[in-house]
Write a protein that binds this ligand. Structure first.
Ligand SMILES: O=C(O)CCC(=O)C(=O)O
Length: 298
């Protein structure tokens, strides 16, 4: 993936083509260090879990929960308290600058709800490319090459493959655009379900044609063997090579699986119409990623 050494038009083109772009060093070192420390302070307060003390990570058998990628449930109050206490302001301001630079001033506004994507090492000891839980998070509107929202993943620490990054299929949103123009349906209910990100964007929501969320994956797996095999639970020693190296090209769209790895202070801007899933944290440390979403203004 590209860093922000490229001109922004190139990063924008990459975002449009791939659905994902990494911008390096967006949140300054001292701000990210402070945010990380505030974050763990809250986690310690609410869960008695400390970053540097693995004995505390699983002292409660119900939390963190899950297998390959263990998560703390009940993180919303942690993020809400950080926000209320203005602990997220510096990061939010730095991200807004980069979002404006990429898309144009004022085109995207933060939703002011932050999520924690903190995960802990699980039972898996070797990283593998997941076949489950592939999904997209937004419908795909016919004739619109932009999503209603963007996800911004904010890295508090280095995330490498072993730390269990999100994995995503580049270009899958554009495959969705092509499928939507053929099979899109009118569904005011689907539009209204995303009111928090699309209200006011369309004069006549009932008239939009779209591919409902959840239909992209079945459409692709039923027509394309690369996608079908990706989600099949079969042993394939060439899996990483086939999906992350070779990829597939169809209808002028290159797709491959990329892992959303980054350094502390980087952000990754992600189109939620793109297929993605989580992967197992097989390292010996927590994966420290936060997410803030932005919505389109025009
Ligand atoms: O935790 C992950 O890696 C997956 C995140 C995800 O699916 C999302 O933020 O929508």
């Amino acid at each position: 993936m590209a860093g922000n050494d490229r001109p922004d038009s190139e990063n924008l083109a990459r975002f449009r083509d791939d659905g994902v772009v990494r911008l390096c060093d967006v949140v300054a070192g001292n701000d990210i260090t402070k945010l990380r420390s505030d974050f763990w302070h809250e986690v310690d307060q609410k869960f008695s879990i400390r970053e540097d003390d693995p004995d505390t990570w699983f002292s409660n058998p119900h939390n963190p929960a899950g297998n390959g990628s263990r998560r703390l449930s009940g993180m919303n109050p942690v993020m809400a308290d950080l926000r209320e206490n203005n602990k997220l302001l510096a990061a939010e301001a730095a991200i807004q600058v980069e979002v404006d630079r990429l898309f144009g001033a004022g085109r995207w506004k933060p939703l002011h709800k932050w999520y924690s994507l903190l995960t802990f090492p699980g039972e898996q000891t070797r990283w593998s490319l997941p076949h489950t839980s592939w999904h997209n998070d937004e419908p795909i509107v016919v004739g619109d090459n932009e999503p209603w929202s963007i996800f911004v993943f904010v890295f508090l620490d280095r995330v490498e493959r072993s730390t269990g990054p999100t994995v995503a299929i580049t270009g899958s949103h554009r495959r969705g655009e092509a499928i939507a123009s053929e099979k899109g349906v009118r569904s005011e209910r689907e539009v209204r379900a995303f009111d928090h990100v699309n209200s006011g964007l369309f004069a006549d929501p009932g008239n939009l044609r779209l591919l409902p969320v959840g239909q992209l994956l079945p459409e692709l797996t039923s027509t394309n063997e690369w996608f079908r095999d990706l989600v099949a639970d079969t042993a394939d020693v060439r899996r990483v090579e086939r999906y992350m190296g070779e990829g597939t090209a169809h209808g002028g769209i290159d797709s491959r699986v990329v892992d959303l790895t980054a350094e502390a202070g980087d952000v990754i801007i992600f189109d939620p119409r793109c297929l993605h899933t989580y992967s197992a944290n097989v390292s010996d440390r927590p994966r420290q990623i936060l997410r803030i979403d932005f919505r389109r203004t025009t």
